[in-house]
Design a protein around this ligand. Structure first.
Ligand code: ACO
Length: 428
């Protein structure tokens, strides 16, 4: 196969090397294109643009494959916990027992927030969007840890990663308690990661919430399945901000804002909204599918379709099983699950969705699980933040450690007015 690609312009031919990844995906290295030809590429939405080389996550969207550091996502269903997966994503290999223990101890030691941060929470109105609070509080956290603005070795990175991954739970739980007018519950050192998170959200000052193992496992799996997804919108944002050498807190805080959007992290809340709308009787599943197919309806089948997966999202398959387990454990019949199943059945048999390769994505079932656990819809995307945090840190580190990395600065094709003159206001 050709290891270079020729481009002809104005009678001249230029040759550009083809870069091949370890899974044989190929890209044309056009870094000399502009200096050679005076032209740039135009790729709105970046569907054909590789912004970096990365060794963290591999996705084959046509085959429905997702691997973290080479390990298929399905292998994370039973054994490892979110913390082990987080360390592996960040440092590139599975931790040995000393590393796992050290990282766990760092997390435990750092679960608390500085007491002054409670005053910052108090400053938010109780109707503030949780994602706005989360983003703001991550930047605020950075103000308390400015010694980590510049990182010089891996141990420092491990320490700041542990602080972020541990404290994000506390920030999420305090956000929930703030918007619901509830007293803050401090972390409990004896609890595992997910159980501690649920304790801080749902315990009462006089009665501790004890999570069922199935619920703890479901949350653990949700976090693992969201931990990384290569160059998605929020991760690209973290890398974009980090490329200016902005610190980890600032870069992650920006990633949270990107994740907030309904086409990205906000989708599982949109899925529930859609299911509730159908359940409340305004629409049937059949009618909703028809609307989603009409271009002028502005309606999409939420939780379906993906920029990368043109096959069943492997994470959706795993969550479908977990969804059944959680509802069984809680002895709950959720009519929304029946509607979700009906929508899935109708869409997978409909040529509109089949021909466009629109399959359920990770958000299709995660919302039903989160709802069953008792997490309110406005906190769904905050749960996604907790899951995605290790991936953001891993990408920030990969870029930080890359001596060839440059500040991200795309170009544009200008389509505004050509040169014209300023007209004083009294002459307009
Ligand atoms: N319902 C109905 N039609 C859809 C849907 C959908 N959910 N998704 C895509 N389409 C249609 C488009 O209208 C378009 O049709 P056309 O070719 O006739 O114009 C075609 O499928 C391709 O759609 P694009 O928007 O070009 O696909 P893209 O890859 O840019 O978008 C996206 C992917 C944003 C996820 C889209 O599928 C979508 O909006 N899905 C619903 C929202 C959602 O579930 N988001 C979660 C994504 S996963 C995550 O962020 C964790």
């Amino acid at each position: 196969m050709a290891d270079s690609v020729q481009i002809s312009s104005n009678g001249k031919t230029y040759s550009y090397p083809v870069v091949t990844g370890t899974e044989n995906e190929r890209g044309i290295d056009i870094s000399r294109l502009r200096s050679d030809t005076g032209m740039i590429t135009l790729d709105p939405g970046y569907g054909n643009t590789g912004s970096c080389k990365s060794a963290i996550t591999y996705i084959d969207g046509d085959k429905g494959i997702l691997r973290y550091r080479g390990i298929p996502i399905e292998e994370f269903e039973r054994e490892p916990d979110f913390i082990e997966v987080a360390w592996m994503l960040i440092f590139g290999r599975l931790p040995n027992s000393t590393e796992r223990e050290r990282f766990g101890n760092r997390l435990t030691a750092n679960a608390h927030l500085h007491e002054s941060m409670k005053h910052t929470f108090e400053g938010f109105p109780t109707n503030a969007p949780p994602m706005a609070i989360t983003s703001a509080m991550i930047n605020t956290l950075g103000c308390f840890h400015s010694e980590f603005y510049s990182l010089t070795d891996e141990m420092q990175l491990e320490e700041v990663a542990a602080r972020l991954i541990s404290k994000i739970r506390t920030i999420a739980a305090f956000t929930y308690r703030r918007v619901n007018g509830l007293p803050y519950i401090y972390p409990d050192d004896k609890l595992r990661y997910c159980a501690n998170m649920l304790h801080m959200m749902f315990s009462k000052p006089y009665e501790q919430y004890i999570a069922d193992t199935e619920i703890e496992d479901a949350l653990n799996l949700i976090f693992i399945l969201h931990a990384d997804h290569e160059q998605n919108c929020s991760t690209s944002t973290v890398r974009m901000v980090g490329s200016s050498k902005a610190n980890l807190f600032a870069s992650i805080s920006a990633g949270v804002c990107a994740l907030w959007g309904p086409l990205h992290g906000g989708a599982n809340a949109e899925v529930l909204g859609m299911l509730e709308k159908i359940h409340d009787g305004g629409l049937t599943a059949e009618k909703y599918i028809e609307l989603a197919k009409q271009k002028d309806s502005n309606v999409r089948l939420m939780g379906f379709g993906h920029r990368v997966y043109k096959h069943y999202d492997p994470r959706a398959k795993m969550l479908q099983k977990t969804c059944e387990t959680v509802l069984k454990k809680l002895n709950r019949q959720d009519p929304l699950l029946d509607i979700a199943r009906k929508l899935e059945e109708l869409a997978l048999a409909d040529d509109y969705f089949v021909s466009r390769k629109l399959y359920p994505n990770v958000d299709f079932y995660s919302g039903i699980i989160l709802r069953a656990i008792g997490i309110p819809i406005n906190m769904f995307t905050v749960m996604f933040v907790i899951g995605r945090l290790p991936g953001w840190i891993a990408h920030w580190k990969e870029q930080h450690d890359d001596p060839t990395a440059k500040i991200a600065r795309p170009r544009q094709i200008y389509t505004g007015p050509v040169n014209r003159h300023y007209v004083p206001i009294n002459q307009r």
